[in-house]
Design a protein around this ligand. Structure first.
Ligand code: GLU
Length: 450
């Protein structure tokens, strides 16, 4: 199904980190390229020399790499249609501006070059997502006036404007589909006029829906995390950020909310992207992330959680040296389904890595003195269990409590507190079994329960 003629591009301006909107646009371009076997191009639109930096360019590339959006041509990769930075293509913009001037379609105004907008031009277009967009050139007015506004193509500082450079580049880079945010719909008629004046075919335009926060307002800094990296730092995985960005304006099918990159690429259809504004819903993101966390193999899950344990100051390397990597990964396997992000999973499982947080959470003071002899008997029986496995421990606890006609939960709860310092945890006998007899004894002793 490879379609070599399909060429799409993500064209960020390197004036900030990769934000959610940019990631979303990059991702939909990537999906279309990978679905069709076409080519995904990264073009850096750095004509704003004051605000553009190499650092931002690198951050954007790193953000895309983190999301798993690899590109086939770009400033770092090269390709047959370079250079891939607008600042390195100034001679091209100049050349076509001269051509337009020569044909009387553009004129100089001081150092600047302006493109003449003629009235009565039909600049309607069929958007692959929005459908027919009807516009006449007469609508391209000067702000707050009835005067038709000519289009600046080269500014007095010699730099091309966005609307002009994007047309020259999309044409010379043989872009077949321009997939970008809906905020560019209003620029499209101007770009169409320029394509026509230059005698070039117009690509397919596909504008992506606006992304809204939960309050149904356009996504902005007010809504909290806006850069892709903020999600990483909160403990979201690249697979799930990819997944929920893909769900903004597209669906893999009824009830098919959790998917891999490969599944999304195979199912993606540009024609199924909706123009309905898409809401970035934190609950949905958490759900998706949790589902991806559950599906990870133990080693990858450990690699995801580990930095958060370290950030919390827990002695991860020491425990790994003592107990091995598999033991740590095994602790997280016990946690399956708990924690919506890697950060939460790290927080919910800290007691495996250290007893210290347990002590700060629970001081044991809520256990009445007169209950202690009974608890000590119970824990002595548990610690004496020869087969230190969850089932055996649980069977012993059950027999012990049944024989005495007491409630299992009155004994299991203090065990849970002593081992984890938490009210909720995975099965407490599983936790005890994993911690090991010596560690369980040590913790119970600390609370005077042995
Ligand atoms: N540099 C433009 C932006 O970041 C690109 C828009 C386009 O894709 O045409 O919004």
């Amino acid at each position: 199904m490879a379609d070599k003629d399909i060429r799409v591009r993500f064209a960020p301006s390197p004036t900030g980190a990769l934000h959610i909107g940019g990631g979303h646009t990059a991702l939909f371009n990537w999906l279309w390229a990978r679905h069709t076997g076409g080519c995904f191009i990264l073009r850096i639109e750095d004509t704003d020399l004051v605000r553009s930096t190499k650092e931002y360019e690198q951050t954007i590339m790193d953000g895309m790499t983190w999301l798993g959006l690899d590109w086939d041509e770009g400033p770092d990769k090269g390709g047959d249609y370079g250079p891939y930075r607008q600042s390195e293509r100034l001679d091209l913009y100049r050349k076509y501006a001269e051509q337009l001037i020569g044909e009387g379609k553009a004129y100089r105004d001081g150092e600047a070059v302006l493109f003449r907008v003629e009235p009565g031009q039909d600049v309607s277009f069929d958007d692959a997502v929005y459908g027919r967009v009807e516009v006449m050139s007469d609508a391209l007015k000067e702000r707050d006036s009835d005067k038709l506004k000519d289009i600046v193509i080269i500014k007095s500082d010699g730099m091309p404007t966005y609307n002009y450079a994007v047309v020259v580049d999309d044409h010379l880079m043989a872009i077949s589909h321009v997939i970008r945010g809906e905020d560019h719909i209003s620029n499209t008629p101007k770009q169409i006029l320029l394509y026509r004046a230059l005698g070039w075919d117009v690509p397919v335009f596909a504008h992506l829906p606006m992304i809204l926060g939960r309050d149904k307002k356009k996504l902005s800094k007010r809504h909290g995390a806006t850069s892709v990296y903020e999600y990483r730092d909160m403990g979201y995985m690249p697979d799930s950020v990819f997944n929920f960005l893909a769900l903004l304006g597209w669906s893999a099918g009824e009830g098919h909310e959790v998917f891999t990159r490969a599944e999304a690429a195979s199912l993606f259809e540009l024609s199924r992207v909706t123009r309905k504004p898409a809401v970035l819903d934190p609950d949905k993101m958490n759900f998706i992330n949790q589902e991806h966390l559950k599906r990870l193999d133990p080693d990858t899950r450990l690699a995801m959680v580990r930095p958060f344990w370290e950030e919390m100051g827990l002695p991860v390397s020491q425990v790994e040296a003592d107990r091995g990597k598999d033991w740590l990964a095994g602790a997280l396997t016990l946690m399956e389904g708990r924690g919506r992000t890697a950060r939460e999973m790290a927080e919910f499982s800290d007691y495996f890595v250290s007893f210290e947080p347990v002590k700060t959470r629970w001081d044991g003071a809520d256990i009445a003195e007169d209950r202690k002899p009974g608890l000590r008997e119970f824990f002595a029986a548990i610690l004496a269990e020869p087969e230190w496995m969850p089932e055996a421990l649980e069977a012993r606890a059950r027999n012990w409590t049944e024989e005495r006609g007491v409630k299992m939960k009155d004994y299991a709860m203090p065990l849970r507190f002593a081992l984890t310092g938490m009210k909720v945890s995975p099965g407490i006998f599983e936790v005890a079994a994993h911690l090991g007899r010596d560690e369980a004894r040590r913790r119970l002793e600390y609370y005077g329960l042995v």
